[in-house]
Design a protein around this ligand. Structure first.
Ligand code: SF4
Length: 225
């Protein structure tokens, strides 16, 4: 049940808003309107998002609503950065602009997710692995997060991995997915390292948990934004 939020016209730093085709995860190929929020609580080594606030623009819920209307948005992808750093803004936006909301998140801010979960249709939760990001693993936070995310209509876990993934990491990811009966989408880190065979890692996951798929980032080789 959507809690009605009056329009206080909150503001958030947003880097860009654009229509494109989703290139990753379970809804690959779907037309979405991407709202890229500025700022993140992590610093992954492979991150292709600038953390420089200067390149973003502070806009209000009212202004964003107008832009989403102009873009005929049906599915709104809340991405970043980490969009949940702007949970108050998202709560107000979802109450004032009707659409299907798709949240792309690093799966570490459970308290913020709790604030907005009732208005999110799809949670695409990344588990960020130390072997790929250089950041410490956050399995405890991921577990807490998944326990709330499973209440969304659609929930899946995405894992970007490379040849350095460890058995312990695989074990922890499978444990979280199993506990919440959710799909794992494995996404190889691009470009692929020489001699790296993602299929071998897929097979390791699959042996432990059959609810696993291997899907690369399609927008990169289709030249889509
Ligand atoms: S969580 Fe995402 S936005 Fe944040 S540093 Fe990692 S890749 Fe970049």
């Amino acid at each position: 049940m959507l809690e009605k939020t009056s329009l206080n016209n909150k503001k958030a730093h947003i880097v860009e808003i654009f229509n494109s085709i989703q290139g990753e995860g379970l809804f690959v190929g779907e037309m979405q309107t991407f709202v890229r929020f500025s700022g993140c609580n992590l610093r992954c080594a492979y991150c292709d998002t600038s953390h420089n606030k200067e390149i973003s623009k502070e806009i209000s819920v009212k202004e964003l609503t107008k832009e989403l209307e102009e873009k005929s948005a049906k599915v709104v992808s809340l991405t970043g950065g980490e969009p949940l750093l702007h949970s108050d803004f998202i709560k107000e936006l979802t109450a004032n602009f009707k659409a299907s909301y798709y949240l792309e998140t690093n799966g570490t801010l459970a308290d913020k997710l709790e604030q907005v979960i009732d208005s999110i249709d799809t949670v695409a939760m990344d588990i960020k692995l130390k072997s790929a990001t250089g950041e410490e693993n956050k399995f405890k936070e991921n577990e807490k997060f998944a326990n709330i995310a499973k209440n969304a209509k659609n929930f899946f876990i995405k894992i970007v991995f490379d040849e350095n993934i460890t058995e312990e990491e695989i074990e922890n990811c499978v444990k979280i997915a199993k506990k919440n009966n959710t799909q794992i989408i494995l996404q190889p880190k691009m470009p692929l390292a020489h001699n790296f065979e993602p299929e071998k890692i897929f097979n390791k996951f699959y042996k432990k948990y059959e609810f696993t798929r291997l899907i690369p980032q399609t927008h990169k080789f289709l030249n889509i934004r």
